[in-house]
Design a protein around this ligand. Structure first.
Ligand code: PMP
Ligand code: GLU
Length: 397
C-alpha cells in the first residue's frame, strides 16, 4: 500500500512537463528530436531585464522580501494594469508569486471548499483540473469543438452553473487552443455572471500580448463583475522569463490577503532578484514583446499552411498564444508496424517515436480528440517538424 496521501495519489503528472521530459530523454540518446511540446518562448530574456537582475544582486537585494512582493513591484504591476488594460487596482490588491502557476494554486486554495464546483471550458490548460483536485472541489467541464473555435456560449455557461458553483476559470488567449474571446463574447458571458453573484471568475491572461487580433479585453473591464474577477498574469510568456518564476494575481482585497497569507506559509514569496527584474520588465515598455509577437505571427502562418496540407488533420487558425490544437480523430483505429492508434495520446507518442517530434496528447487538456503543437520554435525547425509529421502520419493505414 502506498504511504502517500490520497491527495497526491489522485494527482496526475503535468502532461506538458512529461512530454518535454520524454523528448529530452530521447534527445539525450542522440536522437534529433524537435520539441514542440513545451509552452516556452525560445527567445532570450531581454537584456534590460537581465541587467536589472545583475544590479539587484550587486546591490544585495538577496534577503526575504515582503511575501506579496516588493512594494515597488506591486506598484509597477498596478501601473501596468492601468496603462495597458485600463484597469484600476491598488498595489495592495496584487500578490506576486512563484509563477502564474502558483497564483492559480493560491487562488483556488483560497476560494474553493471541498465539494464546491469549478466550471472549466474544455480544452483547458492541463494544471487547472489538477489544482481543483487539490482543493477537493469538483471540476465541471463545458465542452467546445474546433468548429466553434473552442469558445463557449452564454447558454452553455448558464446550463453549467448550479448553486454549488464557486468559480469559473478560463484562459484567453487560450492554452491550448489559441482562442481569444472578443469584447462582445465576454459581454455575453458577463450577462450570465450578473445573474449569479456567488460565482467568482479566474481570468488567466498570461498570453495577453501574444495575440493577433490587436488587443485582448480582460473580463475585469466589466464593472458589474470586476470585484469577483481574479486576474492571473505573469512574465513567463510576454518577457520570455519562464525560468525566473514570477507571476501574480490581481483581485479584490479579501482574496489578495488570503493569497498573501497562504504563500506566507508555503513559499515566503518569490525570489528577490527575480522581483527586481520584474520591475524592469514592467517599466521597460513593450518593444521586445511586440517583436516576439511578430515572430509568433509569422510562425503561426508557416505552421498553418503546412498543417492544412496534411491529410486527416483538421485545424482552425488560432487568434493568439503559440499553439495549434488540431483534431486528429481521422487517425484513430489506423495502424503501423502492428501498433494501432486508439487516441490522441497514442498518436502523440507515435509522432515522438516515428517522427521524433514531441507534441502533447489532448487528453490532459480535457480533449482526447486533439494534440497540441507548440510553435514557439525556430522557423526551420517548424518546417522540418511539419514535414516529419506528414511523413509519419502517411505511414498509418
Ligand atoms: N497559465 C497558462 C495558460 C499557461 O500556459 C502557463 C504555462 N506557463 C501558466 C499559466 C503558468 O505560467 P508560469 O507559472 O510560468 O508563470
Ligand atoms: N505552460 C506551459 C505549457 O503549457 C509550460 C509547461 C507548464 O507549465 O505546464 O506547456
Amino acid at each position: 500500500m502506498s504511504a502517500l496521501s490520497d491527495r497526491i495519489n489522485n494527482l496526475s503528472e503535468s502532461a506538458t512537463i512529461k512530454m518535454a521530459k520524454l523528448g529530452r530523454e530521447l534527445a539525450a540518446k542522440g536522437v534529433d528530436v524537435i520539441s514542440l511540446s513545451f509552452g516556452e518562448p525560445d527567445f532570450h530574456t531581454p537584456e534590460h531585464i537581465k541587467a536589472a537582475a545583475k544590479q539587484a544582486m550587486d546591490q544585495n537585494f538577496t534577503y526575504y522580501t515582503p511575501v506579496a512582493g516588493y512594494p515597488e513591484l506591486r506598484k509597477a504591476i498596478a501601473n501596468k494594469l492601468k496603462t495597458e488594460n485600463g484597469l484600476d487596482y491598488d498595489p495592495s490588491q496584487i500578490v506576486v508569486s512563484t509563477g502564474a502557476k502558483q497564483a492559480i494554486a493560491n487562488t483556488l486554495l483560497s476560494l474553493v471548499n471541498p465539494g464546491e464546483e469549478v466550471i472549466i471550458p474544455t480544452p483547458y490548460w492541463v494544471s487547472y483540473s489538477e489544482v481543483v483536485k487539490l482543493t477537493e472541489g469538483k471540476s465541471v467541464f463545458i465542452d467546445t469543438t474546433v468548429e466553434q473555435n473552442f469558445k463557449i456560449t452564454p447558454e452553455q455557461l448558464e446550463a453549467a452553473i448550479t448553486p454549488k458553483t464557486k468559480l469559473f476559470m478560463f484562459s484567453s488567449p487560450c492554452n491550448p487552443t489559441g482562442s481569444v474571446y472578443s469584447k462582445e463574447e465576454l459581454a455575453g458571458l458577463v450577462k450570465v455572471f450578473e445573474k449569479h453573484p456567488q460565482v467568482y471568475i479566474l481570468s488567466d491572461e498570461i498570453y495577453e500580448h501574444i495575440n493577433f487580433v490587436d488587443a485582448c479585453t480582460s473580463i475585469a473591464s466589466f464593472p458589474s463583475v470586476k470585484d469577483r474577477v481574479i486576474i492571473i498574469n505573469g512574465f513567463s510568456k510576454a518577457y520570455a522569463m519562464t525560468g525566473w518564476r514570477i507571476g501574480y494575481s490581481a483581485s479584490n482585497k479579501e482574496i489578495a490577503a488570503a493569497n498573501d497569507k497562504l504563500q506566507g506559509q508555503i513559499t515566503s514569496g518569490t525570489c528577490s532578484i527575480t522581483q527586481k527584474a520584474g520591475v524592469a520588465a514592467c517599466e521597460g515598455g513593450l518593444e521586445s514583446v511586440l517583436e516576439m509577437r511578430e515572430s509568433f505571427k509569422r510562425r503561426r502562418g508557416i505552421v498553418y499552411d503546412l498543417l492544412k496540407d496534411i491529410p486527416g488533420i483538421k485545424t482552425n487558425l488560432p487568434d493568439g498564444a503559440f499553439y495549434f490544437f488540431p483534431n486528429v480523430t481521422s487517425f484513430f483505429g489506423k495502424s503501423f508496424n502492428g501498433k494501432t492508434i486508439n487516441d490522441a495520446d497514442e498518436l502523440s507518442i507515435f509522432l515522438l517515436e516515428e517522427a521524433h517530434v514531441a507534441t502533447v496528447g489532448g487528453d490532459s487538456f480535457g480533449d482526447p480528440k486533439s494534440i497540441r503543437i507548440s510553435y514557439a520554435a525556430a522557423d526551420d525547425k517548424l518546417i522540418e517538424a511539419m514535414k516529419r509529421i506528414k511523413a509519419a502520419l502517411a505511414k498509418l493505414s
